[in-house]
Design a protein around this ligand. Structure first.
Ligand code: NAD
Ligand code: GLY
Length: 350
């Protein structure tokens, strides 16, 4: 088992190891909590929840289950409100904890409830999608969506621990696995050519290696910029256009698919503007395609621009875009909103 320490204000460990779910009770024993509420999607619940409930009960926890509908629609004020009421009903106190078992939707929702219930109680992330293991479970961004935009209500609230069991990926649908690869490739593009070359190459990487590499890269970034005022914005590579495309698809595209299209657009635009060699953009797009990810969008410049204007990375009339300079190196560039159509055009958007 690998243990990666995340040195944020409230620090914690990420444990990565096959079969870790069997030992979840002993991993959490030190938390001292008496009650735990396990939040889980109804499709993941029959796969892994019983194992976790039993392990926790063996260590003396009283466990209550809160089951949500799978999908982005559950990252809502409505589900969030129901979860808070459930915590009240079960009389959770500040010394108790929440457990998020599932993908990024479950983790973001549970984390936001944990951040705000009684002004904050502990929570554990047990990510079961590749995307959640490599990205959303680490770093403490929690949120729900509003009708006015994705992740519009949220808080920075670090988990008390993250437990990644790569064996859970065996039941993950292929499409969701590929979506996670979009975030994995993002790490290579923004910070490590060696890792990118491994992903683009012919020898398959183990899940442990992929997850460990991404978590260490994210750990280094969030330890330096926990509250997203500088370097952490690099993690937004592909997201400014990606979030817009995801919302335009009414969430029929997965987060990872939309991020992939967004990454391809910004790579093309960067090359067209002379920030990056054409061949580098070509390699990024080829790698995304290798994992069956989209590199184009049918949405128009005008449609995407409309959603970019709702992005949280907006400050006045300027948006911070993460722009690749070469594979393994990326800059944050402040782009006036009026220039966004040109960037999209150069990125291949009609
Ligand atoms: P998701 O949470 O919707 O999970 C995808 C689907 O897979 C769901 O139906 C889920 O129930 C199912 N599932 C999960 N694990 C499974 C398993 N092991 N076997 C079978 N089915 C399984 O999607 P996601 O891609 O994990 O997360 C996307 C969300 O994460 C978005 O809302 C995005 O905004 C958010 N996100 C947050 C951060 C952050 O830093 N907080 C970072 C990236 C993405
Ligand atoms: N996923 C982007 C971040 O954590 O900042």
């Amino acid at each position: 088992m690998e243990k990666i320490h995340v040195g944020t204000g409230r620090s914690y460990d990420v444990y990565i190891g096959r079969g870790i779910l069997e030992n979840v009770g002993s991993c959490l024993k030190e938390s001292g909590a008496g009650k735990a509420v396990l939040v889980c999607g109804e499709n993941v619940f029959p796969l892994y929840a019983e194992k976790i409930n039993l392990a926790l009960e063996k260590e003396g926890f009283k466990v209550f289950d809160f089951i949500i509908e799978p999908g982005e629609a559950s990252k809502s004020l409505e589900t969030y409100g129901k979860l808070l009421e459930f915590l009240c009903e079960k009389e959770l106190t500040r010394s108790d904890m929440l457990i998020a078992l599932g993908g990024g939707v479950t983790g973001d929702l549970t984390g936001f409830a944990a951040a705000t219930y009684q002004r904050g109680i502990g929570f554990i992330q047990i990510p079961t999608t590749l995307l959640a293991m490599v990205d959303s479970s680490v770093g403490g961004k929690t949120a729900v969506n509003l009708s006015g935009g994705k992740n519009r209500a949220g808080a920075f609230w670090q988990p008390s621990a993250v437990l990644c069991d790569p064996d859970t990926l065996r039941t993950l649908p292929e499409r969701e696995y590929r979506s996670g690869m979009a975030e994995v490739i993002k790490y290579g593009v923004l910070g490590s050519r060696a890792f990118f070359d491994e992903l683009a190459g012919d020898i398959p990487c183990s899940h442990e290696h992929i997850i460990g590499t991404c978590v260490k890269m994210k750990r280094d970034i969030v330890a330096e910029d926990e509250f997203d005022t500088g370097k952490r914005r690099l993690l937004n590579l592909g997201h400014s256009f990606g979030h817009a495309i995801e919302a335009l698809s009414e969430f029929k595209m997965t987060h990872g698919e939309a991020v992939s299209a967004g990454t391809a657009i910004i790579a093309r635009a960067s090359a067209a503007m002379g920030y990056m060699a054409e061949s580098e953009a070509g390699s990024i797009i080829k790698c995304l395609k290798k994992y069956g990810l989209p590199t184009e969008t049918g949405y128009s410049k005008e449609e995407i621009e409309r959603f970019v204007r709702m992005d949280k990375k907006l400050s006045g009339d300027t948006i911070s875009l993460a722009v690749p300079r070469e594979i393994g190196s990326c800059d944050i560039i402040g782009v006036p909103l009026g220039d966004i159509p040109r960037w999209l055009s150069l990125g291949g958007v009609k």
